[in-house]
Design a protein around this ligand. Structure first.
Ligand code: ZN
Ligand code: ZN
Length: 383
């Protein structure tokens, strides 16, 4: 692309980035050197970062872009207000763009923040110019355009963006007698930090980390990123199972967004929390282990014992396909039993199919462990 045919600058976004970043780079260091900032300003900054950050992750992302759960209007309004304060555009624009990211992930011309176009483009570059990949069509988004919260926020976006960002830090600053401390820390610094934390999901989380579920796209699982993105660092999982309200699915994984959605469900503010069945997750993991083993075998094609190894892995693939077929049969018979609607038969067959499902899940888990052990053995044997 030559200089001339670069798309024009997107001035509103660019100016917003300049006006929020310059004070943090040039005014804040001087201010911290010269003056004391109250602890209250730091606490307020942390709380506002959490509120605006989670409004993006729980609201813009998991609720509106992915429909991973349902929310009460009170929760929706809170998410729309704090999400607007995060300065990441309206829900309608954000969620439509994000669906396009999932549909065309990594595609150079269609994914609005394709990581294939490099770190800078996927981090911020895509917002600085009016790229055709960001042209959005809301027609295919009936759920969004029919949501009064989404449309009210979209039509009055500037109010949602500006009012809380001025009123809250300034008002609190006056109340605590630390006007400029609040404006600089809970205002400007909080916006810049929360911006980059979100942007890292589009850049770093597509470049740095593990791929335990799929290598069909560049998304990664990254525990470190999860720490300051309110749990969105488990991006490999998210790209394969985008409708799950969880991103970090294990109890030890840091996903405060998941915890808050779950917590709100206990208060009746959210409902219908969607989870991908464990058996599906296990299937993806076994598939990935087997693929990894295949890649390792291909890389050492000339090794003397390769035929033996290939034989073992072929047997594992056959077993995996067999388990998948078993699972498909089970699903089919469940649907048939439900259709027959003979209560007693249905209950009996339901219990039986649940037990069968547990067996299948167990077989998959064991196979994953076995293939992983084989992989390690192979690495040692051919080192
Ligand atoms: Zn992504
Ligand atoms: Zn997503």
């Amino acid at each position: 692309m030559t200089q001339q045919d670069r798309p024009p600058i997107n001035w509103p976004a660019t100016l917003m980035f300049i006006l929020t970043t310059l004070p943090v780079l040039f005014v804040l260091p001087w201010y911290l050197w010269e003056f004391d900032v109250s602890a209250a300003a730091w606490v307020a900054a942390g709380l506002l970062w959490m509120a605006t950050g989670m409004a993006i992750t729980a609201g813009y992302h998991r609720l509106w872009a992915h429909k991973a759960y349902k929310a009460h209007p009170i929760a929706k309004w809170a998410l729309a207000i704090f999400g607007g304060m995060a300065l990441q555009n309206s829900i309608l624009i954000w969620a439509t763009g994000h669906r396009s990211h999932h549909r065309h992930v990594d595609h150079k011309d269609k994914d609005p923040y394709s990581a294939e176009r490099g770190f800078w483009f996927s981090h911020m570059g895509w917002m600085i110019r009016k790229y055709p990949s960001s042209d959005l069509d809301y027609h295919g988004m009936p759920d969004l355009v029919s949501d009064p919260v989404v449309m009210t926020q979209h039509r009055h976006y500037l109010w949602f963006a500006l009012v809380p960002n001025f009123v809250i830090p300034m008002g609190l600053g006056l109340a605590f007698g630390d006007f400029w401390g609040f404006v600089l820390i809970a205002g400007f610094l909080r916006i810049v930090v929360s911006h980059h934390a979100t942007f890292f999901i589009n850049s770093l989380a597509h470049m740095w980390g593990r791929q335990p579920y799929t290598t069909e796209n560049s998304a990664r699982d990254n525990d470190l990123l999860a720490l300051f993105t309110w749990g969105e660092g488990y991006h490999n999982y998210h790209h394969i199972f985008q409708y799950d309200y969880r991103n970090g699915i294990r109890w030890w994984q840091f996903d405060p967004t998941k915890w808050s959605i779950w917590g709100m469900s206990k208060l009746g503010l959210t409902s219908d929390l969607k989870r991908v069945p464990e058996i599906k997750i296990e299937q993806a993991r076994v598939n990935r282990e087997l693929e990894r083993m295949n890649e390792a075998l291909q890389a050492r094609e000339s090794h003397s014992l390769i035929a033996d190894w290939r034989h073992q892995i072929d047997a594992e693939w056959v077993q995996f396909k067999g388990t998948l077929a078993q699972w498909a049969d089970l699903q089919k018979s469940r649907i048939e039993a439900a259709r027959e609607q003979v209560q007693e038969t249905w209950e009996h067959s339901d219990i039986k199919s649940r037990i069968d499902a547990i067996d299948i899940e167990k077989a998959l888990r064991e196979q994953r462990m076995r293939v992983r052990a084989l992989y390690r053995e192979f690495q040692l044997a051919t080192a």
